[in-house]
Design a protein around this ligand. Structure first.
Ligand code: PEP
Length: 243
């Protein structure tokens, strides 16, 4: 089964409603490859999800940037997977390195979140990736394996999972390495050859209009998760790199 190219735009904690409207109108006016060629998912902050959902072209989809690990309730400040489903938000990003590092989300917590969100019917962009320190200590493979294992331990069906490999030291730095083959190999050995063959593994870290074409041409790159450049018109060029 072929893996459709995936381009996600993570807007992080950015934007005003005016800026969001501007980004949406740029996206809506863009000529891009069809949905058969590329799946485009943009992820605004929670508060802008309804605005983006109701104004964005229908061939692009939306993702939340996080959701709570279980059913909602007395968890001040959190947003539950059920709420996203209720608003018809199809995707959620989980385990982003900024949340792992700044908010202390552990591998196990991320694994639980992925399992819970999938069980509620959401599709998940699950992020993994090593820090520069871990890379320099030579523990990249172990770190990323542990992150992936914590997810694999909690789920059996990978159909609705896109795995985003984002080396932390490449995010927002202009540096972009590629180790996707290893990630695929890990799935092949530790989950199954079928899951390795069908699960999209996308790359994130300083992808932009200038480097996207070359990166997209690398073997085993099934798409991108884009931060900074997803707020700019060059996001259109990144979508076009699917062709
Ligand atoms: C990200 O934060 O998911 C990311 C990849 O950021 P950037 O593209 O800005 O490096």
């Amino acid at each position: 089964m072929g893996r459709k190219f995936f381009v996600g735009g993570n807007w992080k904690c950015n934007g005003t409603s005016e800026e969001v409207k501007k980004i949406v109108s740029t996206l809506n006016a863009a000529e891009v490859p069809s949905q058969d060629v590329v799946e485009v998912v943009v992820s605004p902050p929670f508060v802008f999800l309804p605005l983006v959902k109701s104004t964005l072209r229908s061939d692009f989809h939306v993702a939340a940037q996080n959701c709570w690990v279980k059913k909602g309730g007395a968890y001040t400040g959190e947003v539950s997977a059920e709420m996203l489903v209720n608003l018809d938000i199809p995707w959620v990003i989980l385990g982003h390195s900024e949340r792992r590092a700044l908010l202390g989300e552990s591998n196990e917590f991320v694994g639980d979140k992925v399992a819970y969100a999938l069980a509620q019917g959401l599709k998940v962009i699950a992020c993994i990736g090593e820090t520069l320190e871990q890379r320099e200590a030579g523990s990249t493979v172990d770190v990323v394996a542990a992150q992936t294992k914590a997810i694999a331990a909690k789920i059996s069906d990978w159909t609705n999972v896109v795995l985003a490999y984002e080396p932390v030291w490449a995010i927002g730095t202009g540096r972009s390495p590629l180790l996707l083959r290893l990630r695929k190999k890990w799935l092949e050995t530790n989950v199954s050859p079928q899951v390795a063959a069908s699960t999209r593994i996308i790359y994130g870290g300083s992808v932009n209009g200038g480097n996207c074409k070359e990166l997209a041409g690398q073997p085993d790159v099934d798409g991108f998760l884009v931060g900074g450049a997803s707020l700019k018109p060059e996001f259109i060029d990144i979508i076009k790199s699917a062709e």
